[in-house]
Ligand binder design. Structure first.
Ligand SMILES: NC(=O)c1ccc[n+]([C@@H]2O[C@H](COP(=O)([O-])OP(=O)(O)OC[C@H]3O[C@@H](n4cnc5c(N)ncnc54)[C@H](O)[C@@H]3O)[C@@H](O)[C@H]2O)c1
Length: 321
């Protein structure tokens, strides 16, 4: 199945990953792509290159609003549900987290009951807890954050709607995504935050001791997985993990970036311990590899692309850290 001459809805399409999904759908020949975003985390900068493109429709709206979501779902061949309240936001505002990640996801699924649309519902490795071994899709889910709880609930709705109501939904769990357009002023997206600090000659702050392991995945590899799932019939009603096989601790990450890009000696600072920090959220990705996904961008290449983007963005916007 191709995206040529098809219509797609990307919730959270002004966000970091959603905006890359939009770009790829246009490259793949989609006839119309609707970006639906309330801009709570999204940036106009991520989509400014699309303004005026007759194949792109931008709607400022909220996935918690069923009446706004329903007509968009019904006119779409594909739905990429990226909109979410994120990890750090979930603790600051549990009501928004529950509303967006559970009610918002429910609205997309409920609106799809009488449609034929293929849905890729984005979830997260935070639905698992920590484990010493790589976790496959069936591994026990013990989320340690409100974000993990709300995303897991959304997943369960998606898989139930697929099984019982024939909704053509698949669940895709990203882990530690990085790349251009990831906000480097926020509290998540550690690679971009460290890069921007170090490029400005400042010390990165390492939270929770720094021995926690992450498998950093370059954004275009996650976009590949997202579009792949939408094209595979056998993925309907299934959940998949997707992540790089490159694994490192936050302490190792800081050292790599300092060694590569600092122009003077920098010693990282120790920060707070974060609530619910997963020490080893490492997935097994065999299932999505069997479907045809393959990691294409090495960590080094992804890091270099991201560094170049941050330098350019700091120049364009006058931002630093
Ligand atoms: N970045 C990562 O490392 C990572 C890891 C695992 C899972 N994910 C998942 O990937 C998806 C995209 O995340 P991202 O990193 O691009 O984050 P992001 O914050 O850049 O994008 C999320 C987008 O959703 C929008 N949004 C939030 N609440 C909304 C609402 N109620 N209605 C409409 N739009 C709303 C935001 O404005 C933002 O543009 C999310 O579902 C997230 O849970 C991301």
């Amino acid at each position: 199945m191709s995206f040529k001459n098809k219509t797609a809805l990307v919730t959270g399409g002004a966000g970091f990953i959603g905006s890359h999904v939009v770009d790829r759908l246009l490259q793949e020949g989609a006839e119309k792509v609707t970006i639906f975003d309330n801009f709570i985390g999204g940036q106009f900068n991520n989509i400014k290159h699309l303004i005026g493109n007759p194949r792109v429709q931008l709607i400022v709206g909220d996935v918690r609003d069923f009446d706004a979501v329903k007509p968009l779902v019904q006119e779409s061949d594909f739905i990429f549900h990226e909109a979410a309240s994120k990890l750090v936001a979930s603790l600051k505002n549990p009501r928004i987290d529950l509303g967006t990640n559970i009610i918002g996801t429910f609205n997309i699924l409920e609106a799809s009951r009488d449609s034929d649309a293929r849905i890729v519902q984005i979830s997260t490795g935070s639905v698992f807890g920590s484990s010493d071994k790589p976790m496959n899709e069936e591994h026990v889910k013990n989320p340690t954050t409100l974000y993990g709880i709300s995303k897991l609930t959304g997943e369960k709705y998606g898989l139930f709607y697929a099984k019982e109501f024939g909704v053509k939904a698949s669940v895709l769990r990203y882990f530690h995504v990085f790349g251009p357009r990831q906000d480097y002023h926020g509290e998540a997206g550690v690679i971009n935050i460290f890069l921007s600090k170090i490029l400005n000659g400042k010390a990165p702050i390492i939270n929770s001791g720094g021995e926690q392991i992450r498998c950093f995945t370059y954004v275009s590899d996650d976009v590949d997985a997202t579009l792949l799932l939408a094209q595979k019939k056998e993925a309907i009603g299934q959940a998949y993990n997707v992540a790089s096989k490159t694994r490192m601790s936050i302490n190792e990450l800081a050292k790599i970036i300092i060694d590569k890009y600092a122009d003077k000696p920098i010693t990282p600072e120790q920060g707070d311990t974060r609530q619910g920090e997963n020490l080893k959220p490492i997935p097994d990705t065999t299932k999505i590899e069997k479907l045809g996904w393959k990691e294409k961008v090495s960590f080094e290449e992804g890091l270099e692309n991201t560094k170049k983007w941050i330098e350019q963005d700091m120049k364009d916007t006058g931002n630093s850290f």
